[in-house]
Design a binder for this molecule. Sequence first.
Ligand code: 4NP
Length: 170
Amino acid sequence: MPKPDLDRPVGPYRVVVVCLGNICRSPMAAAVLRDRLDKAGLSHRVDVDSAGTGSWHVGEPADPRAAETLSRHGYDDTHRARQFQRHDYSEFDLVLAADASNAADLRDLAPTPTDAAKVKLLRSFDPASPPGAEVPDPYFGEDGFDEVLALIEAACDGLVGQLAAGQQLV
Ligand code: 4NP
């Protein structure tokens, strides 16, 4: 993939965050990423979406715990879950997986090696995180949404920093 040219005439750079259900981690990451892009003055040059590898929650809003966490921290919590599709690869430049299992499922689904190369772990953009770091799934736990949000914020800060600098991402 070429270096992200945010000024390319064909349209904005397109990023999708993907987790399992698209009701906890990826909607939170999409909300944080949109916020950081807005603050960096890049929201008109980068489009952000989210999706899940699974179909169980298609059409649902964010999990109430994710929505409450976003809202309490000042983020938009508007969301409708959808499943990531094979043809989505033609719509996105960068596919950000929440964890290694999501990344493996996404690479299996990729129509071409070039598309598979678009898949990166979200936390790989956090310069303080070790290689292979994941965003843990908070769905089945009693809490942990604030901790998950903090991991997402660090990753999104790193990603927006790289986008602003025009660094090669994939
Ligand atoms: P997410 O969390 O992948 O962060 O949206 C989950 C949501 C639902 C399920 C698993 C994880 N589920 O098995 O229904």
